[in-house]
Structures are given as C-alpha cells and as structure tokens.
Write a protein that binds this ligand. Structure first.
Ligand code: BG6
Length: 516
C-alpha cells in the first residue's frame, strides 16, 4: 500500500475526531508550524523528532500544512540537523521501507540558530515561520504555532519571553500559539510556583502544555476506561475490598551519562513526584462528571489535596553503590536513587489503604506496574491450603498487560488449590497492533488542543506540596539513603516497610508474560 493511502485510513479511524466534536476542542486545519527549541539536544533527537516522524507517517501531520523548525545555539545548516537526527528516526530493519517518507519528512525541517535570550535569533525564527505561513496562505489561512521546549527549565522564562515578544501567531490569520514544556518544573514548591508565575504572565493556562510522558502510555491512558466502563470494578474499588496498592517503577540501569542532572534532582523529583503520582491520581480519583479535560483534572487535584503529610517512618531511601563513582556526582552526594514510601489518602474511599510508591534505579529488573491487592477472603474455608490474595496487576511496561491473580482448583483428581491468573497480554491479544510511543500521542494532543493528559498548574502545585517537606529534609542531609548493591531489590528495609504497610507476598507464584 502506498504511504498516502495508508495515511487516509489511519486518520479516519482515530478516536479524537469524535472527541473534538463532543468535547469542544477546536478542530483545526491550515498551516501548522512546529518549532523544536533545543533541536540539537538529546530529548529532541531521541523523542521529539522521532515522535513527529511517526505522526507524519501515519498521516497526522500533512505535508501541505506542516513545517518543522529546529532552533538551537549551535551554528549548523538545515542539512546538518537533518543528518544528525536521521539515525534516530528509523531503525535499520525498516530503513528501506520507510526511505521515501523519511526523505519527505526531513525536507519539512528547517534550522534556525540563535541564542535563548536575545531577540535577534527569535526575530529570524519568526521571519522563517511567517514565510512558511504566507506561502501556505493561499490554501487555508490559519497560523498554528506549536513551540516545543526541549530545553532545561532554567531557560524557560527567557525563551517564553522571547516567544511572546517576537514569535506569536499572526492574529490576522487566526489560529493559536501553544507552548510545550517538559519536567522538571522546579525543584520544590517555591521554585515551581515561581516558574509557573513567570510563564503564567506570558501565556494563558490554555496555551501551556506541561508534558508528563507517563500520561501518554497506553495502559495509563486505559485507566479511566478500565475503572469507569466496567461494572465489575465499581463496587470493588475502595477500602472495603482493597488492602493496599503499589505503584512501582524499576530500572535495571543506573544514571549513566546523566549523573550531573540526576544528582540535582534525585529519584523523588525525577520519577515519583510526577510520573508515579500521576498514575496514583488515575487509580484513586473519583469518577469525573464527563470526559472533558477540566473535569478529569479537577478530580485529580482533589485526590492530591487529600494526600496526608508523608511520615518519615514510612519512607526508605537508597543509593546504589558506585553511584558516586560518576565524575559528575559529588563524593558526598546524599541524593537517593531509590525510594519506597507510603502515601495515605484521607477520604471516604481510601481511608486506611496504603498507597505504596516505589522507584529505583540500578535494581534487579526493568518494569513499571500498578498492583492492587485485595483483602483476605472472610471466613475462608480453604485456609489450611495457604491462600494467596487476589491481585489485579496493570503492567505498564514492558510487555503491557493486565492480569488478575485468582485462586483456582488445581486441575486433576485432587481437590487442591493453586494460584493462577486471568491474563490480558497486549502482545498476544492485539497482534499486529503497534502501541504508539507516549510522546507521539501527547504531541498529537497538543496539536488538537486536548489538555486532558497534561498537568494543570494547580495540580503541579499540590504535587509539590506533598513532597516538598520530605525533599527539604533530604537536601539538608536529615534523612540519608541506605546503600544497596546494583542489581539487587534495593535496601531490604524497603521490603520490610512494604510488609509493615500490609502487602502480603504470594510465594511460589510468578506471572510469566505469554510468548507468541
Ligand atoms: C524520565 C526520567 O522522565 O523517565 C528518567 O527522567 C527515566 O530518569 C525515564 O529513565 C523513564 O521513562 P520510561 O518511559 O523509559 O519509563
């Protein structure tokens, strides 16, 4: 099938067209300029440009509408930028099949060099964008400008000011200007609020898209559907039935090459305060009154507001041995690379149910999952046979899956019980369906004006309120990480905390992702 035909088919099957009609996001056509600031950096090369290319291949970015501009300080040509990113866009396996669309896509990219704090470069950028808009005006007059800040947050205020001063969309063409920013949004409540006010003076909240890429993951996006479209879960999802919830992030590699950045932030700011807390919101929130982004985000904020202050005795910090060997990490670093903590939500649904949050670098496996453990069966007649508890596990990555751990009769003549599972493994159930990259969906949402999967300013503020006291105690050295061996489970104290919080491990059972 030719690329063009494929584009049309994919476009029409995408759910957002009906979302746009029903929930009022503005359906937009016309000239679209996507400006990637920090175009020669790692994030742009590894995530932003590949996501744009995938969107292009699927027909979501139309050749007759879109133009992509890279902006950075390095003085290079259009062709230099294209050859720098080319290798990140296709892997060898698909190189020949995608060669044509790759070269079309690369031709859509122009490069402008300039500094992040002087008007001169941004005026040149504006001129380049305007030329493109004028050249397209004959077809459909509209100026849509999407600025993607693939930059360190320290330059956000000056870059936003430059965009505001020099690069706003031309109102006579109609359309919009939107800004996409990446975490970390500040280091604590005060710095985050300061950053928010600086950007807030320049752009309306409706123009600011704070990306948390976990919100773009397939199984995270599935949470609302799962919880609110299944009668089965409605009566179960509460303190009467659920004993504890774990939200876990594990990586089996350290901070390789990012030690300098990581040491400034640590695992709580890097993973827990944003990615895992966002997941917690979706697990714990009440049903929104509709699917409108504001209704969903209102409910998320309410959950965050109900989180009680974290107790020191419900926190275990760790730092892997060898972390400080990185020359960019200070020898006396107190930065945690591992943390387990209990969050408690003070509301009618969750009072007394611990939400155990765990994140670690350089531990024994790579995975992210939500594990909901149900209470013991009351009046259990099988108890002499050592029952495991029911667990509902949502495996975010790798091997996306949902499985429900059940006790069943061991097949055979004997009446004995065994732990088994109902398993929805995506690779097996949805063969041939490729799961989009988080960045791909989120960029598409920004183009469509759907802020559902982006972090609102008040949400960010409460998220910082939860963690700031703990973070300040760590920064002052009042709480210390426990050393752990790379490749281990992390400090044993974390498992002890887990058990104390009420998690009961089922021994002798392991879920094995099905192979095809
Ligand atoms: C980033 C963190 O936000 O998320 C990294 O800064 C982490 O430290 C990464 O490795 C994990 O993302 P994913 O999608 O690979 O789970």
């Amino acid at each position: 099938m030719e690329d063009g035909q494929w584009h049309v088919q994919k476009r029409s099957s995408f759910r957002n067209d009906s979302f746009v009609r029903e929930y009022g996001a503005v359906p937009e056509t016309g000239c679209l300029s996507i400006i990637v600031l920090g175009a020669s950096g790692d994030l742009a090369k590894k995530k932003t440009f590949p996501a744009l290319f995938h969107l292009y291949r699927q027909g979501f970015l139309r050749q007759d509408e879109v133009h992509i501009f890279g902006y950075a300080r390095t003085k290079i040509s259009d062709e230099d930028l294209r050859s720098r990113i080319r290798g990140y866009l296709v892997d060898e396996k698909n190189a020949s099949e995608q060669a044509e669309s790759l070269s079309e896509f690369l031709q859509l990219i122009k490069y402008v060099s300039g500094s992040y704090d002087s008007e001169e470069g941004f005026h040149r950028l504006d001129k380049a964008i305007s030329e493109h808009e004028i050249s397209k005006r004959s077809s459909k007059g509209s100026s849509r400008r999407l600025f993607y800040l693939a930059l360190p947050p320290s330059v956000y205020p000056s870059v936003c000011k430059m965009i505001r001063t020099c690069c706003m969309n031309k109102s006579d063409l109609g359309g919009w200007t939107r800004i996409v920013v990446e975490k970390p949004f500040g280091k604590d409540l005060e710095s985050a609020e300061q950053l928010s006010s600086q950007i807030g003076e320049l752009f309306d909240e409706s123009q600011i898209y704070r990306i948390d890429h976990y919100l773009g993951k397939e199984l995270v996006q599935n949470m609302l559907v799962l919880r609110f479209a299944n009668r089965l879960f409605l009566p179960l999802w509460n303190r009467d039935n659920i004993d504890n919830v774990q939200i876990v992030f594990r990586e089996d590699f350290g901070t390789e090459g990012r030690g300098g950045y990581f040491d400034e932030y640590g695992i709580i700011r890097d993973i827990i305060q944003n990615h895992l807390l966002q997941v917690l919101c979706l697990v714990a929130m009440e049903k929104p009154i509709s699917l409108k982004p504001e209704h969903i985000r209102d409910e998320k904020v309410k959950v965050l507001q109900s989180v009680l202050p974290i107790k020191d005795e419900e926190v275990v910090l760790g730092q892997y041995e060898g972390y400080k060997d990185d020359p960019t990490v200070p020898d006396d670093s107190n930065t945690p690379t591992f943390a387990t903590m209990v969050l408690r939500i003070h509301n009618e649904r969750w009072e007394g149910v611990p939400f155990i949050i765990k994140a670690g670098k350089a531990i024994n496996s790579r995975k992210a999952e939500i594990r909901v453990q149900f209470k013991d069966v009351p009046g259990d007649i099988f108890k002499c046979q050592k029952q495991g508890r029911n667990e509902f596990v949502i495996r975010l990555q790798p091997s996306e899956a949902m499985y429900m751990k059940l006790t069943v009769k061991q097949p055979g003549l004997e009446m004995s019980t065994v732990q088994s599972e109902l398993d929805l493994s995506y690779r097996q159930r949805y063969q041939g369906v490729s799961i989009p990259e988080a960045y791909e969906r989120l960029i598409l949402d920004t183009i469509r004006g759907d802020q559902q999967h982006f972090v609102r300013r008040d949400e960010l503020k409460v998220a910082w309120e939860i963690f700031t006291p703990l973070l300040h105690r760590i920064d002052k050295g009042e709480m210390k990480p426990i050393p752990y061996k790379p490749g281990s489970r992390g400090p044993t104290e974390a498992d002890e905390l887990l058990a104390k919080a009420g998690y009961l491990q089922t021994h002798g059972y392991i879920w094995i992702p099905p192979t095809l």
